[in-house]
Design a protein around this ligand. Structure first.
Ligand code: FE2
Length: 343
């Protein structure tokens, strides 16, 4: 993307994120990645009267070969972590999520925005206060619920016991101390009790496997008992899923993690065909998807910090909170969560 355009969208982002005179914005990158983003955020922060600096970590020396979350070069740089704790806002261009360092920086009151997706996607899914409002309506509903049930025409019927973990919202910008968000994003989630997820999940063709960044081709049946997957059945997709989880040699990789739904009507289900190299934020956000995930729940304050993590947005599901419908056949049915033109 043209640098001027990138500067412009980063200025809109930091404006939404409430950056103002007297604040300090730190930009974190790694190796040679996204240096153009770093320049754009520095420009934007200065334009808004904040002071800004760029902290660049060395490229990792080992390639994990997998999307192992939670590992960060910051772990070897405690002085850098201390510096970032002093900033009002950290723009994370390297993906710190699930790392101890990210949690420590948030606890110090620094708000964090992750921006790692392709620039054209950042521009197209620019966050808005209107979308934030609808996401926050969802978060409030979810936060009050005691149970979630998800069903699908393919045979999914799974129940999550809620109330143990907090509800999180992602709407693509962040203006509150200590809060993290990811640009672009529009979804809500929480986690079931550690032993409180039971039933069957049937992945249907077109459901999305992140981080494989692929669409399911053949049905996959997952049996879930007391918060853990106990059986994975199906064709090639089931074998790939099983093989990947098994490779971590960690029973916690079978744990049930966050669960929720997406709210951005601008996000395309077919997004992976447009941006195959991204992290899949468009797929997490597309309107009416029901997304569950496997692996760590430490982001929600839970004990599972396995590096084995899947996010699986599904189409055409129904989701009920305490038996009240929220998503029906892939459509959001709560008027306040629907776009203004569709109420
Ligand atoms: Fe996730």
């Amino acid at each position: 993307m043209d640098q001027n355009l990138l500067n412009e969208i980063c200025l809109r982002q930091l404006t939404l994120s409430g950056v103002h005179e007297g604040e300090t914005v730190a930009v974190l990158s790694e190796g040679a990645e996204r240096l153009d983003y770093a320049d754009a955020f520095l420009y934007a922060a200065r334009r808004l009267g904040a002071s800004a600096y760029h902290l660049r970590l060395p490229a990792p020396t080992t390639a994990s070969g997998a999307w192992a979350v939670g590992a960060s070069e910051l772990a070897a740089n405690p002085q850098a972590v201390e510096a970032l704790k002093q900033a009002d806002m950290l723009v994370d261009l390297k993906f710190l999520l699930f790392s101890k360092e990210q949690f420590a920086i948030q606890e110090a009151g620094t708000r964090i925005l992750t921006a790692v997706e392709p620039a054209p996607l950042l521009a197209r899914l620019m966050p808005t206060p209107e979308l934030r409002e609808r996401v926050e309506v969802g978060a409030e509903l979810l936060g009050k619920a005691g149970a979630m049930r998800i069903t699908s025409p393919g045979g999914t019927d799974v129940t999550y016991r809620l109330g143990v973990y907090p509800t999180m919202s992602e709407y693509g910008y962040t203006d509150q101390p200590g809060r993290w968000d990811h640009w672009p994003a529009a979804f809500v989630f929480t986690g079931g009790a550690d032993d409180g997820v039971d039933g069957r999940i049937v992945l249907s063709p077109g459901d999305v496997l992140l981080p494989f960044n692929t669409y399911v081709q053949t049905p996959v049946t997952l049996t879930v008992e007391q918060g853990f997957i106990t059986d994975i059945r199906g064709g090639l997709d089931a074998e790939l899923l099983s093989s990947y989880i098994r490779s971590f040699d960690d029973p916690r990789g079978y744990g049930m993690s966050h669960v929720g739904w997406g709210l951005d009507e601008r996000a395309h289900w077919h997004g992976l065909t447009q941006f195959p190299g991204g992290m899949g934020m468009e797929l997490r956000s597309f309107y009416g998807n029901v997304m569950f995930s496997i692996g760590p729940n430490n982001e929600l304050g839970g004990p599972n910090d396995t590096p084995c993590h899947f996010d699986i947005p599904m189409r055409g599901c129904s989701l009920f909170l305490d038996d009240e419908p929220v998503v029906v056949d892939g459509d959001v049915v709560v008027p306040e969560m629907r776009p203004a033109g569709r109420r």
